[in-house]
Design a protein around this ligand. Structure first.
Ligand SMILES: Nc1ncnc2c1ncn2[C@@H]1O[C@H](COP(=O)(O)OP(=O)(O)OP(=O)(O)O)[C@@H](O)[C@H]1O
Ligand SMILES: [Mg+2]
Length: 245
């Protein structure tokens, strides 16, 4: 579904690449956790996958087609298929839970309707149903600024789901949450992932969470893939290699 072929990323004024000759394939149904210490290249990898970062060399493919060769409209359609889950939620604080969730549908509607905030009864019903799925029915009309971190993240997940994505991409989606809430949010993401047969790729800092939930672990070190495989095979030695050496 998504492929990276020989992808390297050099940021301006840096000598060491953030990613170095990355070759990876990602398929629907996979729940992938990307591990690596700070600066390893995890965010850069996610940004290459959603087209926000152009590789310096190599190519990113979506369904066999090079992303870079798609025109603006085609790239917009690709981005619509990606539900992004952010560490800091990226919600609009003064709007309610329901209003924030509805913005997930923007990619399917006219700009004018989006600007004016006009939604059909059916769209609102759909958004309310999804808020029910993530357990936020009672908070529909509360302004997001008054929610806890875990509740905000569930609004972010509802918004991403309303995009009808094929892919969930998360850049440290639970890094600002306590361990219990992190666990519940990842469980929810996994459940939705399975229900909709998505591809999910999440950068995580918590190896235990990754081992518990991932179907595949990718470990990055200095922009290079040092492990790609079954979570059970991610041994203590590999952990040391990833984080301490
Ligand atoms: N815009 C930029 N300009 C220059 N260098 C950058 C830029 N963004 C990232 N880098 C560098 O590229 C490397 C990889 O960064 P990246 O943000 O992908 O790491 P990361 O694994 O996500 O780290 P963290 O866990 O701290 O979020 C780092 O050395 C970083 O300093
Ligand atoms: Mg990062």
């Amino acid at each position: 579904m998504i492929q990276l072929k020989d992808v390297s990323v050099y940021y301006p004024n840096t000598e060491i690449p953030a990613l170095h000759s990355i070759n990876l394939s990602f398929d629907e149904g996979e729940f992938i956790c990307v591990l690596g210490k700070s600066g390893a290249g995890k965010s850069t990898l996610i940004r290459c996958m959603n087209g926000l970062q152009q590789p310096s060399t190599g190519e990113v493919y979506w369904d066999g087609q090079p992303l870079a060769q798609k025109n603006n409209e085609q790239q917009r359609l690709v981005r619509r298929e990606i539900g992004m889950i952010f560490q800091h939620f990226n919600l609009i604080p003064r709007l309610t839970v329901l209003q924030n969730a509805l913005t997930g549908m923007f990619g399917y509607r006219s700009s004018l309707k989006n600007l004016l905030g006009i939604f059909s009864r059916e769209e609102i019903e759909t958004a309310k149903r999804i808020l029910g799925v993530v357990g936020l029915t009672e908070l529909e009309h509360r302004r997001v600024e008054y929610l806890s971190g875990g509740q905000k993240q569930r609004v972010g997940i509802a918004r991403a789901l309303l995009q009808r994505p094929r892919v969930f991409l998360g850049d440290e989606p639970v890094a600002s949450l306590d361990p219990g809430t992190s666990n519940r949010i990842i469980s929810l993401l996994k459940e939705l992932h399975e229900r909709h047969n998505l591809l999910s790729v999440m950068n995580l800092h918590d190896v235990e969470l990754a081992k518990r939930f991932a179907s595949r672990i990718i470990a990055l070190k200095d922009g290079v893939v040092i492990f790609d495989g079954n979570p059970q095979e991610f041994t203590t030695d590999l952990f040391e290699e990833t984080y301490n050496k």
